[in-house]
Design a protein around this ligand. Sequence first.
Ligand code: 6PG
Length: 477
Amino acid sequence: MEQAEIGLIGLGVMGSNLSLNIAEKGNKIAVFNRSPEATRKFYAEAGELQGQLIPCETLEEFVAAIRPPRPIIIMIKAGDPVDQQMELLKPYLSAGDIMIDAGNANFRDTMRRFDNLKDSGLTFIGMGVSGGEEGARHGPSIMVGGTEDSWKRVEKVLTSISAKFNDEPCVAWLGENGAGHFVKTIHNGIEYADMQMIAEIYGILRDGLGMSATEIGGVFGKWNEGRLNSYLIEISQTVLTAADPISGKPMVDVIVDAAGQKGTGKWSVIEAQNMGVAATAIEAAVAGRVLSSQRTERLAAEKIFGLPKVAEAPKDRAAFIADLESALLAAKIAAYAQGFAVMSAASAEYNWNLPMPTIAKIWRAGCIIRSAFLDEITSAFTKDPHVPNLIVTPAFAQMVKDTDAPLRRVVSYAALSGLPVPALSSALSYFDAYRRGRGTANLIQAQRDFFGAHGFDRLDGVDKHHGPWGSGLSEFA
Ligand code: 6PG
């Protein structure tokens, strides 16, 4: 029998869809699931794709069905189950075989798994896959980290199944070991910020302007035809206009306002902090989810404080809605600029040589943050791949100049109305801090020197690094 080009373990929702996608693109694939019933069911329902599938009920049979060196995708719950699966698989593998973790792994686990296999002759790929169920089935965005040789072994299959933007595949090898999972983590951090910002704008339209879910859906629908064209705006329109079959109310109006999270947003923030990069919009988004989940406390606090009176909406409603559109774009720029800055710092720290234009390119289709905007980011980074911050590229600097005033008006309106906009306001403060040549940290330096003799540099370059603080510790430095 013809051997499979690739194997996949874990026929849950993502694994099944990815397998069908691989099969549909003409690649023979061996599949295995811990419970054989799931494998049988999957095979039975595969219809005309059965010819491309080799369903296996033992690991031995599964491994033997794949052409060496064997690429094996592991698509199971992130964390310990991946380590356990790898241990079970190892005895059946031979030199050159590649275990591929396609879950949302922490890149530190990926680095560890990669290193642990170093002397075994086996290798490891950490592969970020974005696009949810639909993406897995019809074309995800795929971020690969591992050795270049292992990438070459899987390049053809992954290229065939990835999403395409203007015929360009949304898959790339991004660097060694943890590069792919790190980039996927930052993708998700940006996704958190994007979603939070959209939700904040929704809050202003709902609680400030008093619009219904359906009306807000209509606004997003219009925006989706303009500069904000993106998957997240598109699905926001769809969900806002859906009705609850039970109550007949707009579906969003009956959903509890407490957001879940599985960890990738938090990891983005932790890594940004580790790297010393300000990723304030992503931080605000993660904190926003945390506060959202403290619903009981929020309800109790509302009883104590009540809610501030909403400020009078600007007379020209249409102009204010246009401001909201521009404000969202402005804030989005900050979030993406921060995400790319984190990746650029990580690239230097871990010697990945992450290709920024390529990352923007493979996010243009297939993934959750796909958008027209990412095509503009691709052009900006292609022109200047080593720019320190996206917002100083000529195209984005112009966009910031055009949208800065609307963002300021929107954040002011929200502040006066007591409407929480942590991500939008953090984006505004980020611009204001980033573009100010003379900040206020001179005072912080003076304070640090006062209580800890930490020293400071002088603007005039004079070689004196402590202040005349009287009884301050600096005297004894
Ligand atoms: C994607 C998504 C996907 C998933 C996240 C959601 O790129 O396809 O990001 O990975 O939906 O796990 O994460 P939270 O549950 O943390 O929101």
